[in-house]
Design a protein around this ligand. Structure first.
Ligand code: 6PG
Length: 242
């Protein structure tokens, strides 16, 4: 695993860095570029930047879009990661509907986890008998969770499943999430974390400080891929970029 840390002062800077990663990845990808997007609030700025600045600079029809996790809500629910992505990016770019693989949060969680596992297995090239994403974009919770893998479910980094039903330990909101082996089988994993609220957890994970091994995000180590941290100054204030 190669890793890199990029610390940017402004959202436009880390967004531009991500766009560069995406453009470079597209150049070296096969017929399609398979990406798993993150939910939460952090990537909203990134998605809007891509919509505003890369609408015509990226061949979006070459990209197949999946999600790393979803809340178990309907697609028009304010909590929906799909809705956030549709409103900030998908509605602004030319991408065929057939390239967008939504996690159907309105379905029964266990049934949807099984369905989406099949979607991943059938629509993404395999390596090591696992789907190999070209790029997985992850957010980071202040508690160290990523996707919807929480500290009470570290075993999901050893899961035999591609996708499982999960539950937020605080809100008990039902979730669907891809599992650790899928994340760690990707060609590139990008963590996007911004804001001073994330500086402590970023420090603990990157600098392997006390308790890092209890945090799910610490287990993101793409075994044959690259790990890139995209941080703003606030989230990266305890980190020396390399
Ligand atoms: C989700 C995300 C989750 C998110 C982190 C950070 O569905 O909420 O997948 O892992 O990335 O909780 O969320 P913020 O970007 O809102 O801080």
């Amino acid at each position: 695993m190669n890793s890199k840390i990029i610390i940017s002062k402004y959202p436009a800077e880390f967004s531009e860095e991500f766009a560069r990663i995406l453009v470079d990845g597209l150049k070296s990808s096969g017929e399609y570029f398979h990406i798993a997007l993150s939910g939460g609030s952090t990537p909203k700025l990134l998605y809007k930047f891509l919509a505003e600045n890369y609408k015509s600079k990226i061949e979006w029809s070459k990209i197949k879009i999946f999600w790393g996790d979803e809340r178990c809500v309907p697609p028009d629910d304010p909590e929906s990661n799909y809705k956030m992505t549709r409103d900030s990016l998908l509605s602004e770019i030319e991408i065929p509907d057939k390239n967008v693989f939504r996690i159907e949060g309105e379905n029964d969680p266990s049934e949807e986890a099984a369905r989406y596992s099949g979607i991943l297995a059938r629509n993404i090239p395999q390596l090591n008998n696992l789907p190999e994403f070209d790029l997985v974009l992850l957010g980071l919770g202040e508690d160290g969770h990523t996707a919807s893998i929480f500290s009470n479910s570290l075993q999901l980094f050893e899961s035999k499943n591609l996708c499982v039903a999960a539950e937020h330990p605080g809100t008990h909101q039902k979730r669907i999430t891809i599992t650790g082996p899928v994340i760690n089988n990707a060609k590139q994993v990008v963590f996007l974390a911004t804001g001073s609220g994330k500086s402590s957890v970023v420090d603990i994970i990157i600098n392997k400080k006390n308790g890092f091994d209890k945090l799910p995000a610490a287990y993101v180590n793409p075994h044959h891929g690259d790990l890139i941290w995209l941080l703003d100054d606030d989230a990266g204030r305890n980190i020396l970029p390399y």
